[in-house]
Write a protein that binds this ligand. Sequence first.
Ligand code: SF4
Length: 366
Amino acid sequence: MNPLIDKLKAVKASGKPVIGCFPLYPPLELLQALDLEPVVLWGLKPFYPRTPKSDQHLQNFVCSVGRHLAEFVLSEASDLVDGLFMYNACDTLRNLPEILQSGLEDAGRAKPIFNIHVPQAPRRQTDAAGYLADEIQNLIETLGRHFGVEFSPSRFRATAEQQNRARTLARELDAETASGRMSFRRLADLMYGNCFRPLDRQIQVMEAALETCRTAEPRTGPGVLLSGIMPPPSSVSSVIEEAGLRVAGNDIASLARSYAHSPDPALPPADYYVDLYYNHFPCSTLLGTADERPAALEALAEERGARGIIFLGEKFCEYEYFEFPHLEKRFKERGLHTLNLEFAIDDDQNPGPVRTRIEAFAELMS
Ligand code: SF4
């Protein structure tokens, strides 16, 4: 049996309807305030070494994120999920809800899919905050009707405070990684494990990890930033650290970009999500923020004293690949070392092909 099924059964033990969410930054607080249990569908790769069901619906030049997501939704494991939530992000995900819905209908396993549209124009160009606020209000009403729950502002504030606590803890763990007291591999494994834990359990796990950092011996070595949509496979994270590099920071979409900014929990939902999406740490999947990315990354490198950056390309993710050449040029102009790595759907736990390149890069940096 797929071990993911056990993880989802544990999430379902709360008795609340489980909502599988994609892509990266769903309105978690809102779903929790409506007594739903959101699960962000990341880190599915270890559970799906092959993607036969997805391959019947998606081309093989789709990124591994989209293919693993489709494999999960079209497989029996998703029967443990009571609904799906998604917003627009990249072209890969644009029509995915319709594709998945028709695949589920064909299999006689249709489930509700809830959507919002997040405006992607920079706010200074076209301020669509009012539109986004309407989308959030519609989502509250749709979910409320579907699941028979009433929205409560005080409950929203409570879940926003809990999410704020979780993001704060994640930033503290990130800082411990930068200081060398926690390995990057452990940080990434912990955060990915949290995708399948209820929020209160996520907080406990992060608090316990912080406790162990306090007494850990800090690792030294030149600081490097990691940048990309996904962290590298765990085995590659180990190679990076065994080569003597210290991960001083990251702007990985499923890590720091997700926890870097947390809106004020006292805000009502519409204002809260206008803040979350418009003031998000720059991300290639939130096009309105993308112009800010070079400056944000440079500031991170400066603040953390990084001497280099490793770009982690997700094969077929053109959103990231469009930005890498420009970012690389900017970093080189500042005298920082850069390394480009690429990971495809079948680059799993064997770090052999990239080991020599990482070791050579580490030598250059030291
Ligand atoms: S990895 Fe890139 S192409 Fe794939 S879903 Fe994410 S943003 Fe889209």
